[in-house]
Design a protein around this ligand. Structure first.
Ligand code: BG6
Length: 503
């Protein structure tokens, strides 16, 4: 949610059209976020929400279902007056991209609604559907002219992840969308960019003078990006088994973190410049040969174990997962960025499900001192200098450094300087989508992925997909649910004389 110290402008009058309104995403995130925006008085004064479902339902049934979702998923106690005001704006329309006539009918109904509600023809189409429906829906919206920007009205399309399943499909999807829309109309969501701490990486780097001079290969030894989850695959077996940890997390969430940490300082804080710098650094990730990709990657799959006292079954025994599945639920990668700032500085990435700890963080490891000045304190016994940007569960920044232990002798120990968001700022609990939805409504696409950035990300992960595809089960390591992941992940760093940061 935007900081209320900054004057927030209300978005233009508009229609907010949700495809897949009966689904999990709409109930769990989109509508609770609209509710939080309504509670903060940040929805347009003239507004309507259109829920598009393949099988129509009455407005009342849809409103009841969304209200139930709100009660279950709202991030704060639901104020019935605010909820009622929001849900009164909801209308259900039936449309299926397989039935073009239904889109023609939708156009007519939408236009009538827009006139009644005086929304001025501004429209935001939110695709909260399975990815296979993105292009067909966009094509129908294009054919019916619903996306054409005319008479001063804006038309925008919000696309959820996953954006493609490899480089070729991401290119094809971009190609399909760009035939119908201009890039400025497309909002490719990555919910990591809605997280306060993720946005704060830009502020930390570019609103403080002391970090930038040391933010390079002269001072930084390596960077670790960790997204560990305790959750298993749960009810998402069918999606996950054809996706895996690499596709699910790396080209999107982990690369968003990487690009914010590694990008060059943008000359201006506007969407074009910031997204150009992010795309540039993603394009500079070395495209590895398949042999190198095999050497520089680790994949694991979880097996039965205990997490917080609850038994997690084998991944292969999850509903809708193939019993002989070789899909990875853990991945660790070593990447290189080929530019002057980062040449020779490895970026180690890891993410996995069913691990013993929930932790999302970026750890910048600075180079060690060059020589041991203090007697009896060998360089290798000094505590390591890390700057840690913690994203979850704690939100904050920690700097680790060495200090003298009080007493007559020079004894050195490692200490931490900690900043915790909650100690300084009072923020209402939020879904993380509020900022993103608000930005779509005001037309600010700085926090959304551009076509070139998405493709650069897939370009970097494609060699890993290819080499694993050929290797099959060979090289897949099993790990116990509740553990730290496969042992090979430690080897990946150990062979470079490094280790993952422990808590
Ligand atoms: C989603 C992935 O995009 O991100 C999930 O599909 C994953 O598998 C989730 O659990 C992680 O998000 P967060 O915000 O909990 O780190």
């Amino acid at each position: 949610m935007p900081d209320d110290q900054v004057a927030q402008r209300k978005p233009d009058a508009s229609a907010f059209v949700i495809f897949g309104v009966t689904g999990d995403l709409a109930h769990r995130l989109v509508v609770p976020s609209l509710y939080n925006l309504a509670a903060a008085d940040l929805l347009p004064d003239k507004f309507c929400v259109v829920g598009v479902a393949r099988n129509g339902m009455s407005n009342d049934d849809l409103r009841d279902s969304l209200m139930k979702g709100l009660r279950q998923f709202a991030t704060r106690p639901v104020d019935d007056t605010v909820a009622k005001r929001l849900l009164e704006c909801v209308t259900c329309i039936e449309a299926d991209p397989k039935d073009p006539a239904s889109f023609d009918a939708m156009r007519e109904r939408l236009e009538k609604l827009e006139t009644n509600r005086s929304t001025g023809g501004n429209r935001l189409f939110y695709l909260a559907t399975p990815p296979g429906a993105f292009a067909p829906i966009a094509r129908e919206l294009g054919r019916t002219g619903l996306l054409r920007e005319e008479n001063g009205a804006w038309r925008r399309l919000v696309v959820e992840k996953p954006f493609g399943t490899d480089l070729a499909s991401a290119r094809a999807l971009n190609g399909d969308l760009l035939k119908i829309l201009d890039e400025h109309q497309i909002y490719r969501i990555d919910h990591y960019l809605g997280k306060e701490t993720v946005q704060n990486i830009l502020v930390l780097r570019f609103a403080n003078g002391m970090f930038e001079p040391i933010w390079n290969r002269n001072h930084i030894d390596h960077v670790q990006i960790t997204v560990d989850e305790k959750l298993g695959v749960g009810h998402r077996g069918s999606f996950y088994d054809s996706t895996g940890a690499l596709r699910d997390m790396v080209p999107n969430h982990l690369f968003q973190l990487l690009s914010l940490v590694a990008m060059e300082p943008p000359a201006r804080f506007d969407a074009h410049t910031v997204r150009s710098e992010k795309a540039e650094v993603l394009a500079a990730i070395q495209t590895q040969s398949e042999a190198d990709a095999l050497k520089n990657s680790v994949r694991g799959q979880y097996q039965r174990g205990i997490i917080d006292g609850v038994e997690m079954p084998d991944y292969q025994k999850t509903t809708d997962v193939k019993p002989d599945s070789t899909t990875e639920t853990f991945v660790a990668l070593k990447l290189a960025i080929d530019n002057w700032r980062w040449a020779g500085v490895p970026f180690y990435l890891r993410t996995g499900k069913a691990l013993g700890l929930k932790r999302t963080e970026v750890a910048i490891k600075f180079k060690e001192v060059p020589f041991k000045m203090f007697a009896c304190t060998p360089v290798d016994r000094l505590s390591q200098n890390y700057l840690v940007i913690s994203i979850e569960p704690t939100e904050g920044i920690t700097l680790q450094f060495n200090t003298k232990v009080p007493g007559p002798a020079i004894t050195i120990d490692g200490v931490e300087m900690k900043f915790r968001y909650k100690d300084y700022f009072k923020a209402e609990p939020a879904t993380g989508y509020e900022t993103l939805i608000y930005d779509c409504m005001i037309g600010d696409n700085i926090l959304f992925q551009r076509a070139d950035g998405v493709e650069a990300g897939w370009q970097a992960v494609q060699p890993f997909l290819d080499c694993w595809n050929k290797a099959g089960a060979k090289g897949l390591e099993y790990y116990k649910a509740g553990s730290e992941g496969p042992a090979c992940a430690d080897e990946l760093l150990k062979r470079d004389g490094r280790s993952w940061r422990k808590l």
